[in-house]
Ligand binder design. Structure first.
Ligand SMILES: [Zn+2]
Length: 125
């Protein structure tokens, strides 16, 4: 289980857990930051199994955003409300969301592909 989570967090191929899923390793690459490799460089896994495969990744992205921001919202509603300005807190959350969006985009794709591809390092190519 730890290996699964670690490979998803590091955006590695779910089959071999070694090859990179994205062309550019930098999260904030303005140009081609969203591009994925066609096949894994280690095991040859096709990163887009079928056209439109990653439409389902949008639901994973939504789930990740809710999982990350709901605790922050609840922390404000329960504890921070008397001390912190609501508008400033909202602006801060939006800025954090914008800063994390490239990683959450990639993470959602890695997690979605890992749902369908099992770890199998022996079966290369
Ligand atoms: Zn691979």
């Amino acid at each position: 289980m730890f290996g699964f989570i670690w490979s998803v967090v590091r955006l590695k191929c779910p089959k071999c857990r070694k090859g990179n899923m994205f062309v550019k390793s930098s999260l904030f690459a303005i140009r081609d930051g969203h591009k994925m490799v066609e096949h894994c460089s280690c095991c040859g896994l096709k990163m887009e199994p079928e056209p439109g495969f990653y439409y389902g990744g949008m639901y994973v992205s939504y789930m990740l955003n809710v999982a990350f921001f709901m605790p922050l919202f609840l922390a404000y509603a329960i504890w921070l409300q008397p001390y912190v300005n609501a508008f400033l807190y909202f602006v801060l959350l939006v800025l954090v969301l914008l800063a994390l969006s490239p990683y959450i985009f990639r993470l959602s794709r890695a997690l979605y592909l890992a749902f369908f591809v099992s770890y199998d390092p022996e079966k290369n190519r």
